[in-house]
Design a protein around this ligand. Sequence first.
Ligand code: CAA
Length: 379
Amino acid sequence: MEFTFNENQRMLRDMTRDFAAREIAPLAHTMDATGEIPDALIAKLRDAGFFGLSYPPQYGGLGLDTIAYGLVVEELARQSAGVCIMVTVHNSVGYYPLAGFGSAELQAAILPRLAAGEIASFCVSEPHAGSDAAALAATARRDQDAYVLDGAKAWVTNGSRARFFVVLARTPGTTGHRDIHAFLVERDTPGLAVAKKEDKLGLRASDTVVVSLDGVRVPAGQRLGEEGEGFKIAMSALDGGRIGVAFQALGIGRACLEEALRYARTRQAFGKPLAAQPVIQQMLADMATELDAARLLALRAAWRKDQGEPFTKEAAMAKLFASEAAGRVADLALQIHGGYGYVKEYPVERYYRDVRVTRIYEGTSEIQRLVIARAILQE
Ligand code: CAA
């Protein structure tokens, strides 16, 4: 077993670190305040290849292995978790269903466009179906050479900007997971509309919307996989997505630790820096240890995915632990800052809000525990 990254992984991590410090960090506070990622930043991300991280080189992407991808995600999240999730949804749950289950023609037509920066999104959840994903109610009615989609999809990251939507819908009148199908839907398709933009606690830079589907006619060639495979396609996409969320949580947690270290070294109390006080040292030690443990779990899940080994359980463990550890780290970072941690003048206030959703989206902590428990009971 080796605990080193190869040259390519190190180079991508360092390049992203430089890019994020130069292009994202100066805008992070303003993006949080305005709830917008400027078009100019999206163009720079596009030019630098961030929308092609997962996409194969034959379609114009970088084809990164999952470890390199995770290192890039951590660096993006270190500066802006909102920018990070825009990039990761596009490169994970917006990508895997088409790459794994789209027809060769569909892949050849669409993957180059996505790798070049036309943004993808993932529509599984609904206003009344979140953790219980198989309870989704949106319908897909077969009509000759097409399907007609109706319903509403909730919590759609990238929904305002996306050109393509991976959409899950079921045969009318059915229940359960076996009659759910997956589709790739293009934004301009009549009947698809953004119904509402969410006003969120954190991750404010990223857009999260409700998408309404009103008689959306999708050619049968844009179905992903066979009829009835939609639920499994979504679940397997989420397995990969959860590794990304683990690295995202790690990036936010590292931001918290770095800011806490900086503050503790300069802030004086009782005649010496906070960093010289045992109570603060204990907190810093716990923060660093938790983040290292999270990093090892995330890397193991990524490594297994790259080896072609099953990784559902490991991805759930990584996401569960990293998101909860990063939450504890953010809490301690805020505590070390005292009152200054509670105001927007210091970035830990933003990190504290941003990290919270990593315990909710792409499967709550409770769902990760359920996935882990089912796996170990079967072993
Ligand atoms: N990969 C492939 N297939 C899988 C799978 C996986 N990871 N997990 C389950 N399946 C298969 C099962 O093998 C089973 O197949 P068979 O019928 O052939 O046996 C089928 O799917 C049904 O599985 P379950 O019985 O386990 O299904 P369930 O209804 O009990 O649900 C669940 C399982 C784990 C709770 C699932 O519903 C789940 O993961 N819920 C959370 C959903 C989620 O993460 N939503 C986030 C949406 S995206 C988002 O957050 C917004 C964004 O834009 C970022």
